[in-house]
Design a protein around this ligand. Structure first.
Ligand SMILES: [Zn+2]
Length: 160
């Protein structure tokens, strides 16, 4: 799947998480909009991280970076960093990071290659192949739909 589709889906997952987090926060204030922006920025950035395996010599694409184990490591590191920054707005960046990483694995699971979530213990690819990673048309349509959904979610979150 193309990087820009991963980013759009990362933001989508971040917005869905924010939508459900909205209740305890009540009305959005300037500070919570800053926090939400950091949360979404982290989801946006982290949504591309698993594919950096392409840049590491000797590392197999959709190998260990595309697994529950990698997601657990990212979540543990983000939690430790989040606890360190717990009184800082950076906490929200740490909170959004695993969401973006997870979004990448979910979206790759719906491509023809799918994802071997249980690596290195089981290399069986899991998922439901709906999208062809080679089709620029499908990816373009997906991206438009995702950004429309993201706009609708922002409208909902802001109380529209
Ligand atoms: Zn990937």
């Amino acid at each position: 799947m193309q990087k820009k589709v991963h980013m759009a889906f990362g933001v989508f997952c971040g917005l869905v998480a924010l939508y459900f987090l909205r209740v305890p926060f009540g009305v959005w204030s300037i500070s919570s909009i800053t926090n939400a922006s950091l949360f979404l920025a982290a989801a946006f950035v982290a949504s591309t991280i698993p594919d950096y395996d392409l840049l590491i010599p000797g590392m197999r694409h959709r190998g260990i970076s595309h697994s529950l184990l990698a997601l657990m490591v990212v979540t543990i590191i983000s939690t430790i960093a989040g606890l360190y920054f717990k009184h800082d707005t950076l906490f929200w960046f740490c909170a959004g990071f695993p969401i973006g990483y997870l979004s990448h694995l979910i979206s790759d699971s719906f491509t023809d290659h799918r994802v071997a979530w249980l690596q290195p213990f089981d290399n069986t690819p899991y998922g439901y192949p709906i999208f062809n990673t080679g089709s620029a048309l499908i990816q373009g349509i997906l991206m438009i739909l995702l950004w429309c959904a993201n706009g609708a979610l922002i409208y909902l979150i802001l109380g529209g």
